[in-house]
Design a protein around this ligand. Structure first.
Ligand SMILES: C[S@@+](CC[C@H](N)C(=O)[O-])C[C@H]1O[C@@H](n2cnc3c(N)ncnc32)[C@H](O)[C@@H]1O
Length: 242
């Protein structure tokens, strides 16, 4: 008998129906172009900094070449460099974010482009990272395919994301303009099943999965978020190629 089960959705759900803030929404390149100037001072650094040191399956200091997708201002690149990662190449959509990354001098090359279709060479990297960008991608499959293309066999793809639970509770990725106006950056909700399908579909194997809950240590970086205590706010997935 034919299987009549509908195919699972393959692109992210639009965030708009979940929104509770009703900020104006801008496209990623425009939003990060505007946010770049004070991004590092205002981003919730606990989102990734609480998770990266917890990962057990990546020997950072043995990574010789890394590709940092959606590298932004280079926060992840700087963290990787401090842990002994060798040459790091970064890709990002937004020139203003790349300009800040360039000043850090931790990247071998920095390219402007889409994470779904980079000009980086195939099979070169033993590490690929993407932090805090997946919610801006309508579809996950292309970036997972890209990570798989870039990695050498056995290489690791570390994806850190804003938790879908938090997003579905109506708090979008946003920044404040100089006049104080809050602006949201266009986002999509990706459930973990969506990540799993995209990753396995790209020939990757999930080897580690962590979630970060807002706790006292986290609140030291963003005291105003106390009303969200114990909420899951970010996650990390580590994939291996082959
Ligand atoms: C929240 S920032 C994260 C930057 C950096 N990874 C970090 O953790 O600080 C999101 C970044 O994703 C980039 N971005 C969004 N969509 C992108 C795409 N399709 N291709 C490349 N970069 C993208 C933005 O330009 C921005 O720099």
């Amino acid at each position: 008998m034919a299987n009549t089960t509908p195919a699972p959705y393959t692109s992210g759900m639009d965030y708009a129906p979940f929104d509770k803030r009703f900020y104006p929404v801008v496209a990623p390149e425009a939003g990060y172009g505007e946010w770049a100037a004070d991004y590092e001072a205002t981003v919730a650094s606990g989102l990734d900094r609480a998770l990266l040191p917890r990962l057990r399956t990546v020997a950072w200091n043995q990574m010789r070449q890394a590709a940092d997708l959606a590298c932004g201002t280079g926060r992840t690149g700087a963290w990787l460099k401090e842990r002994g990662v060798g040459a790091i190449d970064g890709v990002d959509l937004t020139p203003e974010m790349l300009a800040v990354a360039r000043e850090k001098q931790v990247y071998r090359t920095l390219l402007q482009g889409d994470v779904a279709a980079t000009d980086l060479p195939a099979g070169r990297y033993d590490l690929c990272t993407m932090a805090l960008a997946d919610e801006h991608l309508e579809e996950l499959a292309p970036v997972y395919r890209q990570a798989s293309r870039l990695l050498m066999p056995g290489g690791a793809f570390v994806l850190i994301g804003y938790h879908p639970f938090f997003l579905m509770n109506g708090a979008p990725t946003h920044y404040h303009r100089r006049d104080g106006e809050a602006v949201a950056i266009k986002s999509y909700v990706h459930l973990f099943a969506d990540h799993f399908r995209a990753g396995t579909g790209a020939g990757l194997r999930l080897v580690e999965f962590e979630e970060c809950v807002i706790d006292e240590a986290w609140l030291e970086t963003k005291p105003k978020w106390r009303r969200y205590q114990n909420w899951p706010v970010s996650f990390a997935l580590v994939w291996r190629r082959g």
